[in-house]
Design a protein around this ligand. Structure first.
Ligand code: FES
Ligand code: FES
Length: 215
């Protein structure tokens, strides 16, 4: 065999290793930002300062602009009452009140809430002085594991405000055609809050009791 045609085992192994190294480096090279060389330090994520009122207390936070309101509450302010169930707007465990309206705090960025008033379960009442809805949940056993409960209670408070404020009801009286407070109505409005323990009937009893007190 001549030198030109000779393919030594050492050559194949060296060539193959180089090819593998190139192939392995490919995706990594693609992952680099255009214009940056491999190994260059990544630039810091953009941050913004936001001032808002949480449970009556003024807070100013400098946050990565991608931080959700839920993570700002839990990770930055250590208000862990609001729970992260799905992180996708599907379970309601993260429900808080923003300017009196309920929202899923996992679906909104904290920096979008400049000047807003946020109320979490910690701000509704205290262990010494429970909010009527908190007391009713305790009285009616409106929970088992309790994971969904802060979101359920925040949502329930907002539901009664919505009904009281005359926000259009989905359920109307058969005779008069007027909107009415009914189990169906409350269940419909609470349907964004999932309880894996299935404490729904007790939750309804708690809401019904508070609604009766407010009537
Ligand atoms: Fe926000 Fe589930 S954690 S809706
Ligand atoms: Fe367990 Fe609702 S009490 S998920």
């Amino acid at each position: 065999m001549t030198q030109t045609n000779a393919v030594s085992r050492r050559g194949v192994i060296a060539g193959g290793a180089a090819g593998l190294a190139t192939a392995a480096a490919g995706p990594i090279a693609h992952a680099q930002s255009p214009g940056t060389s491999p190994g260059a330090p990544m630039s810091a994520p953009p941050t913004e300062t936001v001032s808002l009122t949480i449970n009556g207390k003024a807070e100013t936070l400098t946050l990565d602009t991608r931080v959700t309101l839920l993570d700002a509450l839990r990770e930055h302010l250590k208000l862990t009452g609001s729970k992260k169930g799905c992180d996708h707007g599907q379970c309601g465990a993260c429900t808080v009140l923003v300017n009196g309206r309920r929202i899923n705090s996992c679906l909104t960025l904290a920096v979008m809430h400049e000047g807003d008033k946020v109320t979490t379960i910690e701000g509704l009442g205290s262990p010494e002085q429970l909010h009527p809805m908190q007391a009713a949940f305790v009285k009616h056993d409106g929970y088992q594991c309790g994971y969904c409960t802060p979101g359920q209670i925040c949502s329930a408070v907002a539901v009664l405000d919505e009904i009281g404020a005359g926000i259009p009801s989905h359920v109307t009286d058969d005779l008069t055609g007027e909107a009415k407070f009914s189990e169906m109505e409350v269940r419909e409005r609470m349907s964004g809050n999932i309880c894996r323990c299935g404490a729904y009937s007790n939750i309804f009893e708690a809401i019904q009791e508070v609604a009766g007190e407010q009537a």
